[in-house]
Design a protein around this ligand. Sequence first.
Ligand SMILES: Nc1ncnc2c1ncn2[C@@H]1O[C@H](COP(=O)(O)OP(=O)(O)OP(=O)(O)O)[C@@H](O)[C@H]1O
Ligand SMILES: [Mg+2]
Length: 309
Amino acid sequence: MAEVTGIAPPTREAERPLTGFTRTEANSYRTKAINNLTVDSTQGEWHSVKGGLRPDQDRSRTPSEYISYGVLFNPQTRTWLKVVPPEVTDTPDQEKLEKTLRRSVDQQRAALQVAGLPDLASQIREVEVVDMDGKKVYGFTSPHIGPSLEYILYKTTKSWRGRVKNPDAADFFSQVYSMAADQAERLYLEFGIWTSDPSPGNILLRQDENGIHVVLIDFSNRLQEYEYLYQRVSKERYGPEGYINKIKSLLQTNVRQLHRRFYQYCEKRGIPFIRDPQEIETNIDNSVAVVNARKSLQEATTAPSTSHE
Ligand SMILES: Nc1ncnc2c1ncn2[C@@H]1O[C@H](COP(=O)(O)OP(=O)(O)OP(=O)(O)O)[C@@H](O)[C@H]1O
Ligand SMILES: [Mg+2]
């Protein structure tokens, strides 16, 4: 039986031929079923590893509450596929789930840009998948980015809920979470993308010649809400200096709210959550809202007077 792990496969597995996987393990997820799918006209064996119908489904709730997106992995190409679950085809939930997943594709590309990985961003593809349980479904593929923090924490603490005890390990995870929060701040402040679930499963690490990159994934959850950025603050009411400060303080409040989930996840696992206030200040200074506000003040002061003398 062939198998492969999501991180570097042990030599024993790596020496095996890269075909005919009957079971896979990627980022600790194991094969639930193998699906022979045509993904954008290319046929392949995709291992369903997560999602779809939840086993504890409570049918009295609406389908979107007990059905989640399907997550599949192709061990031959080391590609991930996330799909609208076929169970919702032709139900009122199909449109809602598809819309959110479609929107998440550009959000994922932005997250890879912010992570300093534009090459990976350009490899994210929207696809049509046939036939998934006899249905044609919408999805997107992404190359294997690297191990999740969830997986590394499991390896480090030997438990799915374990707390990090070793001070060096705690320091490492703390730096990773700080980098992830920095990216989430920039995604919000520069792109209007809100990271609502920074769980360790949604933070990946990728090693390349430049070192270790931290990558945020999974923008498809339903709490995701797009909020745009303070055109409503009145220049007249606050005056030039006060106007910029008011926008900054609103952004500060939202960044603090953004940090709340980061803090909660860190707290659970014994990881210190530390953000450098100077970094946050810089991110806020570079935000769309502040940059635009400065520009509009400048335009107002340099514009030729329109008053008639
Ligand atoms: N490109 C990728 N590279 C590495 N691992 C990935 C990639 N895409 C997904 N994964 C793995 O699959 C897991 C599930 O993916 P994802 O977080 O997108 O779905 P989900 O949590 O099931 O989504 P939702 O909560 O929206 O239903 C991730 O935690 C990660 O371990
Ligand atoms: Mg996830």
